[in-house]
Design a protein around this ligand. Structure first.
Ligand SMILES: [Zn+2]
Length: 287
């Protein structure tokens, strides 16, 4: 196994075309997020090291820059495979919040009875989290909030237990090379299921989760953001928890198409994406 090389922090690049802040508040659009899911799946499986993965990564960086975020990449090699985390930063506040999602998809649908050797299309597992973060990059207004937000797109989350890979390669590398201390880390994964049930995840920081579930309740989403502990997840929040940081996994693990070839956009709904996106938007834009 190859040891990760030191961080190659690229020079932050400001977009040539920075969108001027809109006077009108923008609202998270479930329809826009849904079309991002469709576009991601249309690229093909975004397996770490593959061309669709690279292509999606470039598109994410371009969109972040076009929405006025300062972008950075973190590139390293693992199992002789190039791995690339993507970061967008906005806001000047002292309160630093990391919002993360993985953008890679699983190389094989090992839970699929019929097609265990085919790759996962990753509409929900990969696509939904990316879609929520990208739509947030369009609508978030942080002026006056005292916050700085880092949108982090992790690579190599989802190869675990296949071909000698562990889980969480990108997020672990990112957490280990972190030079700032975020006040909160929120990971969004598998949030687009039409039948949405987001339970409190057991390993998450419950005080922080409670604040997010409060916002969801205020928006009328109590039937989807369920205030009960259910699953215990190993996910991209884990490396941050291991470093003692308050981290939460927002995940709907009651998804029958998980790690199958049926994880396709027809299982996803714009309303589900909007509930998660609007909850995070209101939480982040609050004082
Ligand atoms: Zn997965």
């Amino acid at each position: 196994m190859e040891q990760p090389a030191p961080v190659i922090g690229s020079t932050p690049t400001l977009a040539a075309t920075v969108v001027p802040p809109s006077a009108t508040p923008l609202v998270f659009s479930g329809a826009r997020a849904y079309s991002s899911v469709e576009q991601q799946v249309a690229l093909g499986p975004r397996i770490t090291g593959s061309w669709p993965n690279r292509n999606l990564g470039n598109q994410i960086l371009n969109q972040l820059a076009a929405n006025g975020w300062v972008t950075q990449t973190q590139v390293f090699s693992y199992m002789n495979t190039p791995v690339r985390n993507l970061v967008g930063v906005k806001g000047t506040g002292k309160d630093i919040i990391i919002l993360g999602a993985h953008y890679d998809t699983r190389r094989r649908a090992d839970r699929d009875q019929q097609h265990p050797d085919q790759p996962v299309p990753g509409a929900d597992d990969g696509g939904s989290g990316v879609a929520v973060l990208l739509e947030l990059s369009r609508v978030l207004r942080l002026n006056g909030t005292g916050k700085q937000v880092w949108l982090v797109f992790f690579d190599a989350e989802d190869n675990g237990d296949l071909d000698g890979w562990p889980w969480l390669v990108g997020s672990r590398y990112f957490a280990n090379s972190l030079s700032i201390t975020p006040t909160a880390v929120v990971v969004v994964d598998m949030v687009g299921d039409m039948q949405q049930d987001i339970y409190l995840e057991r390993n998450s920081n419950q005080a922080l989760a409670g604040r997010i579930w409060d916002v969801a309740q205020g928006l009328g989403y109590s039937s989807q953001f369920i205030r009960q502990l259910k699953w215990s997840m190993l996910d991209d929040h884990t490396p941050f928890l291991e470093k003692g940081l308050p981290a939460v996994d927002v995940i709907d693990f009651d998804y029958p198409y998980w790690h199958t070839v049926q994880d396709t956009p027809d299982k996803i709904s714009p309303d589900s994406l909007a509930r998660v996106g609007r909850t995070l938007q209101v939480w982040l834009e609050s004082q």
